[in-house]
Write a protein that binds this ligand. Structure first.
Ligand SMILES: Cc1cc2nc3c(=O)[nH]c(=O)nc-3n(C[C@H](O)[C@H](O)[C@H](O)COP(=O)(O)OP(=O)(O)OC[C@H]3O[C@@H](n4cnc5c(N)ncnc54)[C@H](O)[C@@H]3O)c2cc1C
Length: 476
């Protein structure tokens, strides 16, 4: 299994990355991107840390490998995976690490869909998927997933768009492989992953078969261009002022495929349009289970920060505060309960793969996303306006300013002013900075939009049972 240094070294491969219009020659030394690399290295640290090793590392035939790569076959496997994601995100300061989580979600989906595709069409995709899975597992690779296409006019299909490249498509096929053109967007951890898995974003029709494409390729492949989002910048901030964002960061790219050659043995879908929607959906179902696992440290962090601020401000016994705290606790624990039940109620799919119950996964994700902003409001309310107006660490330490800050910004007797300000800074980062804004957008959009979750719930619900009951009650 790789060390953090081996992982970091593996990213020095000439990949084509841009930041604010400039080519980045080495992502591991770039002042902003380096933070994302360090954040991702948590995964490799965990595998070598005696505290986490038994959770982070699985074994087969005496050979250790990252637990993320384990195909879940039981509810216990899903719960172990969830615990690992939760622990890594906790070490990541409420930000998911993602370099193994998202890629293995895609691999699980590819196993299921390739199996069905081979069964119905006599193709050999499962063998390719298995080989890539074994390769990634053996080399302990960091993986990104580019699914979301840029999409152009959302009301139009790929062929109705202003130009044909709003969805990634196959433009040629040669003896070596397929050639793809187009762009994906919001691709997380692409700049600091080794391989990128590419999946379709939606169902395709027969005449859209060129858009039904899935594959994997190394991030330094010729023609693959990563245009990094510069959203949020805190690498110069102190840990006191920015306890989360000064150390933790995830970065997304506009990922351009400028006529990229993908070797045949790395292609997992090549025009079989009937399977594009199924692959998109199956990936998202696994990925939402990952999502609800990595949301737990974030919601627990909100609850903890609210409890702390209620105490530090001396309002923990006040009625309206207790009501808000109860809502926060209910919010977090409902998410935890739905997550756990979705694993316990998982069903075995093809190849024995355990699929977390989609109805409950989507309910959990919807519950999390649609109540998130209200929970931020409760935490802000309990904390007070210093979230936006408080002094910096430099003011606290300044010879002229420090004494005033210490004298006037205390709360409940006995609580050091430093602690109160540190807790306020945490609330700031959880609710009011660009780091908080990033998490809020992640809550709404990542792993698919809110409307997609509602559609999935309606699709997965056992409506017949309820209709039968209603008929029986009505005497119909
Ligand atoms: C921080 C972050 C990280 C992400 N990481 C990844 C990643 O690693 N890999 C990846 O592939 N994706 C990633 N995503 C993408 C994420 O899955 C998408 O943002 C999400 O699917 C929404 O797509 P969109 O952003 O294009 O918004 P849109 O799809 O444009 O949504 C905007 C609104 O339009 C509505 N809408 C869109 N199309 C229709 C339609 N046909 N009919 C009716 N309503 C419609 C939506 O419901 C929504 O209300 C990430 C997103 C974020 C914010």
């Amino acid at each position: 299994m790789r060390s953090r240094d081996e992982y970091i070294e593996s990213l020095r491969d000439g990949r084509e990355v841009y930041f604010k219009g400039q080519r980045v020659t080495d992502v591991t030394t770039h002042p902003e991107i380096r933070l994302a690399v360090e954040h991702a290295a948590i995964d490799y640290d965990m595998a070598h840390d005696p505290v986490w090793r038994s959770l982070a590392v699985a074994e087969e035939d005496g050979k250790p490998y990252s637990r993320y790569f384990r195909l879940p076959l039981t509810a216990g496997d899903l719960l172990d995976r969830s615990r690992l994601i939760e622990a890594a995100t906790t070490l990541g300061g409420t930000l998911v690490v993602l370099i193994k989580e998202i890629g293995t979600d895609a691999l699980f989906a590819l196993h299921l869909v390739a199996h069905e595709l081979d069964r119905r069409k006599g193709t050999q995709y499962l063998d390719r998927v298995r080989k890539f899975h074994a390769y990634a597992r053996e080399h302990d690779l960091a993986l990104s997933v580019a699914q979301t296409d840029v999409k152009g006019d959302r009301a139009k299909s790929p062929l109705e768009q202003e130009h044909p490249d709003y969805y990634l498509r196959i433009v040629a096929e040669t003896a070596e492989g397929i050639v793809v053109r187009g762009a994906k967007v919001h691709t997380s951890v692409s700049v600091n992953s080794n391989e990128m898995i590419v999946l379709p974003t939606r169902a395709m029709k027969a005449d859209e078969s060129a858009y039904a494409v899935a594959f994997a390729l190394p991030v330094d492949t010729k023609g693959l261009k990563l245009i990094t989002s510069a959203y949020g910048s805190h690498h110069d901030d102190s840990h006191f002022d920015a306890p989360l964002a000064s150390r933790h960061r995830m970065m997304e790219t506009l990922t351009v495929f400028d006529d990229v050659l993908v070797p045949h043995d790395r292609v997992f879908l090549n025009g079989e349009w009937e399977f594009a929607g199924e692959l998109a959906k199956t990936f998202v179902e696994f990925h939402r289970f990952t999502a609800i696992s990595y949301k737990l440290p974030l919601v627990d962090g909100l609850v903890g920060a609210a409890l702390l601020m209620a105490e530090y401000n001396g309002i923990d016994r006040v009625k309206h505060v207790q009501e808000k705290l109860a809502k926060l606790v209910g919010y977090a624990e409902t998410l935890r309960a739905l997550l756990r039940l979705s694993a316990l109620d998982s069903k075995a799919g093809a190849l024995g793969i355990a699929i977390p119950k989609p109805l409950l996964v989507n309910m959990a994700k919807l519950h999390f996303a649609t109540n998130y902003h209200q929970m931020l409001a409760y935490v802000q309310d309990i904390t007070g306006g210093l979230i936006a107006t408080g002094p910096s660490e430099a003011d606290l330490e300044g010879a002229e300013t420090g004494p005033y800050v210490r004298r006037y910004l205390g709360g409940r007797k006995g609580i050091p002013v430093e602690h109160r300000l540190q807790a306020i800074n945490l609330v700031k980062e959880l609710t009011a900075t660009d780091f908080a804004g990033y998490q809020a957008v992640l809550a709404i959009h990542a792993e698919g939009s809110i409307e997609a979750e509602k559609l999935a719930m309606v699709r997965e619900h056992d409506s017949a049972r309820c209709i039968a009951l209603a008929k029986q009650l009505a005497g119909i």
